[in-house]
Design a protein around this ligand. Structure first.
Ligand SMILES: Cc1cc2nc3c(=O)[nH]c(=O)nc-3n(C[C@H](O)[C@H](O)[C@H](O)COP(=O)(O)O)c2cc1C
Length: 240
């Protein structure tokens, strides 16, 4: 406790003793101290939150390993880390995001290092340039919601595909959909993206993979890993 605080307490106690109401004055002092502590705690926890927000905003593209990235160019990141597989996810509650991580990691088994990326945090127009990286592959691991709508983080990308006319010639891609058959628009986003990218000139290297009632169960993970393996092998086959 600082000298100042001690003086204040002593003075208050003396004053209270003189007036014969020590207990209530002491109470007031304790309240002042508690209030000060609460203000200090609120202030320091806000500072911590701000620090976390800053870190999160910097690290938006997450390579499958432990490296983290601070910019929106996924092409640059792929090039600088010797990767050629990028797995974009459209995810609301995390299943697709986690699954995308597993798919990206699988690439290394086939000598195609991968990274995971959030389309909302990437310059998706760069898809037109992905072909400049030899034997590259973009996998889209996307969930469907509502009336066949994309997730929030895939919305801009979806609109860009739908309303724009980008030339995706030369882009190798494969779409993996997460959905649930109990909904009317089963896997509508994945099905649409798969069809639309082909219309825009991209090369579908592997048939759209759809999972119903997606969970991260062993069987479904295996299905996803098989899907990525087959997609990669198709890209490598094309090369030969
Ligand atoms: C409110 C709600 C709406 C959904 N709508 C659809 C839908 O229209 N079509 C579909 O195939 N799946 C639908 N699903 C299933 C999700 O796409 C599926 O659970 C998916 O794995 C979620 O992935 P995420 O955790 O990455 O967001 C819906 C799920 C919820 C909770």
């Amino acid at each position: 406790m600082s000298d100042n605080t001690q003086d204040i307490i002593k003075e208050a106690a003396a004053a209270a003793a003189m007036s014969g109401s020590l207990f209530s004055t002491f109470d007031i002092i304790m309240l002042v101290i508690l209030f000060g502590a609460a203000v200090w705690w609120l202030y320091s926890s806000r500072k911590e939150n701000k620090k976390d927000d800053l870190l999160l905003s910097k690290y938006s593209i997450q390579p499958a390993g432990s490296i983290q990235v601070t910019e929106n160019s996924f092409i640059k990141k792929l090039q600088s880390s010797g990767r050629s597989l990028v797995v974009f996810y459209g995810s609301q509650t995390g299943t697709g995001e986690e699954f995308a991580g597993r798919l990206a990691k699988e690439g290394i088994r086939y000598k195609m290092k991968g990274m995971v990326a959030d389309p909302e945090e990437c310059d998706m127009e760069e898809l037109t340039k992905l072909k400049d990286i030899p034997n590259s592959l973009a996998v889209f691991c996307v969930a469907t919601y509502g009336e066949g709508d994309p997730t929030d983080n895939a919305m801009d990308f979806y609109e860009w595909l739908k309303n724009g006319e980008p030339d995706l010639t030369g882009l190798n891609y494969a779409v993996f959909g997460l959905g649930n058959k109990t909904y009317e628009h089963y896997n509508a986003v994945a099905i649409y993206m798969d069809k639309r990218m082909e219309e825009l000139g991209a090369t579908r290297v592997y048939e759209c993979g759809l999972v119903l009632k997606m969970t991260l169960s062993h069987g479904k993970t295996n299905f996803g890993l098989q899907f990525v393996k087959n997609s990669i092998l198709k890209v490598l086959e094309k090369k030969n």
